[in-house]
Design a protein. Sequence first.
Lengths: 563, 577
Amino acid sequence: MTPPDTLFDTLRPWLSALAKRRARLWLGALLMALTLFSALGLLAISGWFITATGITGLLLAAGVAASLEVYVPGGAIRFFAVSRTVTRYVERLYNHDTVLRLLSDLRTQLFGVLAGLDSRTLAKRRASDWLNRLTADIDTLDSLYLRLLAPPAVALVAILLLSGGVAIFVPRAGALLAAVLILGWLWLTLGQARLGMAASERHVHQLEALRSRAIEQLQGLAELEAYGSLADHRARLDEIEMRLQHDQRTLGRLSALGNALEGWLVSAATLMTLWFAAQAWQAGTVSGPVMVMLVMAVLAMNEALGALPASFTWLGATKGAAARLNQLNAQQMPTNTEVSQPVKNAHTLTLENVHVHYPGALQPALTSLSLTLNPGERLAITGASGSGKSTLAALVSRQLSPTSGHITLGGVPLAQWPEDTLRQRVAVLTQQTELLDDSLAANLRLANPEADDAALWRVLKNVDLAEWANTLPQGLKTRVGEGGRQLSGGQARRVALARLFLRDPDLVLLDEPFAGVDELTAQHLSNFMDSWLAGRSVIYLVHGLNKNAPLPPRITHAVALAD
Amino acid sequence: MAALSANSVTSAKSDKSGNSAKQLLNQLAREEQRRFRLAVASGLLAGAFTWVQMGLFAWCVTALIVDSQPLRELSPLFALWLLILPLRGLLTYLQETLSQQASLAIRKRLRQRLLHHMIALGPVRLSGYHSASLSYQLVEQVEALDGYFAHFRVQLWLATLLPLGVFVITLRQDWLAALFLALAAPMIPLFMALVGMGAERLNRDQFAAVARLSGHFIDRVRSLTTLQLFGQTAQARESVWAASEGYRTRNMRTLRLAFLSSAVLEFFAAVAIAVVAIYIGFGLLGYIEYGPSDELTLFSGLFILLLAPEFFQPLRSLAQHYHDRAAALGAADSLVNLLAEPPPTTRTGHTPPVPEAPNTLIALQNARVSHPERGVVLGPVTLSLARGETVILTGASGSGKSTLLQLLAGFVDPGEGSRLVASDVRFAWMDQRPLLIQGTLAENLRLAAPKASDEALHQALAHADLSDLVSGLPHGVETSISERGVGLSGGQAQRLALARVFLSQAPLVLLDEPTASLDEHTERAVMQGLEALKREGRTLVIATHHPALKALADRHWHIEHGDLYSAQGQEVRDDPA
C-alpha cells in the first residue's frame, strides 16, 4: 500500500502518459535544439568573420595581396539572425500547444481516476482547497516536459555536438570540454535536484499547513478572541511561516548557487578552450578565425544551461505533485466481482451485521446494523447528523464497501451486481444537492440522457417548477450556475427530485427529501411522490419522526440509528 | 454587447485600483530599499565583470594574432581572467540572494499586516468574506508577490543601466557601431511596452481562461457522487476532455499574438548583432570608406561584437520576468481592497467604559448596529446584565439575535451609543460552528485555558458528557483530530466547545443557538451542561429557538425587527433594570 517513493517510480506513470505524445515531444525538442544552434551559429560565425576580416585587413594594409570571400559568411550571419528568431517563435508556440494537449490528457485521465473513488474519499475531497491543489498538481505535471525533460536533453546533445565539433579542430580541447561540461551538466541537473529535493517536496505541505492554520484563525476568531488565545494560536501560525520561509531561503540560495556555478562553468570552459585553441593556432594546426569561432561557440552554451539550475532545484515539487496524484490511484474502489448468478430486480434489500469504521475516525460510523426491506415497503431510518445515515446511503448505492457484514440486493450479493444494471435499478436522492454548472435541461438529462423536452417539462410540473421555468427567458436552457447557485435551496432540491422522477428504479433511497422546501410545497411534492413510489421499495433517511418538518409519504416502519 | 460594456467597466475600475496596487508594491519595496540597492549594485558589478572578460578575450586574441605574442607571455592575462570568474559568480549569487531576502522579508511583513488587519476587522466583518478566500489572500496572494520582488524589480534597474554601460563602452570604441545599438535603443521602450502588453494581456486572458477551465473540472469533480449514481461518469469524462481541448484551441490563438511581441525583441537583438558583425567585418576589410571604420582594429571589432549580445541580454531577462509583475499587480490589487476596509473603531486600542453599578457585568446604552446596505439592524438598545443572571434571547431568524450577542462580545460597534464593561470581564463564546484546530483533543480544549491541568480537562469533558467517548479512545485526550475535525460528528464538536466553556472559567458566557441541529441525546447533554454553568454562578446569555431552554432563564429578552422587548412585552430600553 505504501506509495513508491523513488523519483523514477513516482514519475513513471506520468512519463508514460507523456509518451503517448512522443512524436510531438521529439519535434518540440528538435525545435528547441534548432533555436539553440542558431544562437550558437550566430555568435560563432560572427567571431570567425570578424577575425578573418581583421587578418585580411592587416594583410591588405601591409600591402600583401589577400582576399576574403565575404558573401557566404555574411549570408550565414543573416540566416542565423533570422532563424534564431523564427525557430524560437515556432518552438514556443509548438511547445505550448503540446503542454496544453498534455493538460487535456492528464485532466481527463485524472477524472477517470477520481470517478473510481468511494463516497467517503470523495466527501473528504469536496473541500475546495483540495480541489485547487489537485488542479495545481496537474499544472505542475503538465510542464514536466517543458522544464525538466526537454531542456536538459537538448543541453546534453548540444554539449556532445559542441565537444565533437571542437575535437575535430583541437582534439584535446574537445575531450576536456566534454568532460568539464558533462560533469557540470550532472551537477546542474542531478546535483541541484538532490540538494533541493527535501525542501521543495515539503513546500506544498507547508503552504497547506499555513493555509489551514490561517483558516482556523479566521473562522475561530470569535472563540479565540473570547478565550484570549489569539496570541497562542498566532504563534503556531508564525512558526509554520518561519519553517516555510526557512525552506524558501534554502531553495533560493541553492538556485542562486546553481546559477552562479553555471556562469562560472561556461566561462571556465571558454577560457580553457581559448588556451588550447591558442596552442593549436601557434602550432599551426588551426587558423586564427577558427580559434575565435570555437571559443565563441563555447561561450554561447550559456543559452543551453542557463535555465537548468532553478528548474532542477525545484524538482521535488514535481515529485510531490506526482506522488499525491499517484495516491489517488491507490484509493480506487474495488471493481465489482463478476456476476455469478443472474440479477432480476432490486425490490428486496437485506443488511446483515454491517459494520463500517472509517480509517482515522474516532468511532465506527455504523455498528452491527441488520435490516430487511421487502418489496413495496417504505422504511424510514432516523438519526441525527453523524449517526450514519449517509454512510448507509453510500453502502446501499455501492459507493462504499462495508468493513464487515453482508449486503444483498434482490437476493444477489450487492458486490456482484453489474454496474449499469445497479445504476438503473437503484436510484438515490443524496442529502447534498449536486447540480452541474450547466443548463437546467443538462442537469435533468443526467438522469436520463434520452429524455425529450416534453418529458423534462412533465417532471418539472411534478415538482411544481414548470410555471417558474416557463417564466425564464431561456427556459430549459437556463444555466443553473456553479453548484446551482442561481436557484434557491428549495428550487435546487426540487430539480434534484425532478431528476429522480425521470428514472424507473426498483429501489429508491431518499435522504432528507424535503430539505429546504417550504411546508406547502412539501405537501404537494409528497402527493406526487406517493404515486410515483407505488410499486417500488423505498428507504427514507430522515432526522426524526416527531419533528415539525414534513414527513415523506406513507412510512411503513422505522429504524432509529444512535449517534 | 452586454459583455463588452461590462468588460470596459471592469477595466476602468481596475485602472483606478491598479494605481493603488502599484502604490502598495512601491511602499512594500521601500521597506527593503537597502537590500534592493545592494542587489542592483551587485548585478551592475557582475555585468561590468562580464565586460572585462570580453575585453580580456578580445585582448588575448589580438595579442596572439596581431602581435604574435607567445601564449606563455599571456598567462598573466589568463590568470587575471581566472580570478575574475569566481568574483563574478559571487556577485550574481549576492544579487539573487539579496533580492530573495528582500522578498522574504516583505512577504513576512505583509502577511503580519494582513493578519493584524483581519483580526482588527473582527469576526463579524470577516463573516462577510469567505474564509477560504481570506486564507487565499493571506497565503497564495502574498506568495504571488515573490517573483516581482525577487526578480523583476532588480532586473528592471539592470535592464535600464547595463545597456547604457554597453552603449558608452561601444561609443568609445566605434561611434558608428554604437549608433547601430542606439538605433535599437529607442526601440527598447517599445519592446518593453510590447512585451509588457503581451505579457499582461496573456496573463489576464490566461488567468480567466484557466479559472474557467478549472471551474469546469472542479464542478464535475464536486458532482462526482451524483455522476456515479446516474452512471454518467464516462460522459462527464468526455466533457472534461472537450472543455480542455476547446480551451487549447482558443488559447493558441491568443498565444500566437502574445509570443509575437517577444519575438520582435529577439528579432531586433539578432539583427543588431548581425548588422554590427557585418559592419565590423567590412570595416576591417576597408570596404567602408566613411565614418570611423578605418580606426577599427581586431581588438575593438571583437570587443564590440562580444558586447553586442550583452546590450540585449538584460532586456531579455526582464521580458522573462514580466509575468511576475502582472501576477504581483493582480494580487496587490485584491489585497489593497481588503486593507482599505476600515476596522470598527472599538476594536482598535479602545478600552470600554466601566458601568457604575458594581453588580453590573455589562451594559449597553442606546447602542445601535447598522449595516451599510441594510441600514439599522439592531437598536437603539439599552440594557444591563447583572452577575449570575441567565437570560434567554429569542426572536425570528434575522431579527438581530446574533447581532446583539456580537454587540455584547464587542465584535461590532455600538454606533452612537456605548458599551460598558466591568473591568477585566472575560467571556466565553459558543456558536453553531465551533472552532476545531488541527491537533489533539487536549490542544483543542486548552484553547480556552492554556495552563489547564489534565484533571481539569477531564472534569470539563465530564460536564459536556464527553467522558465516555474520550475514555474509549486508546490515546484519550491525546487523540489527534486532524483534517478539520475529521472523526468528530457535529454533536461531538458542539460538546467539545461546551467543554471549553467549562474549562475557561469566564464569568460571562455568550451562546448562539447552542442546541441547533443536534440530536435529542446531545441536546439533553448540552442543556444539562448549561444548567451546571448556571449553578457555578456564571452569567449566561443564550440566543435560542428552543422552548426547553426557557426553563433555565431568569429573564427573557425578545427581539423583533431589531427592537428588544422583555418577556412581558415591555421594551427593554424603558426598563429601569
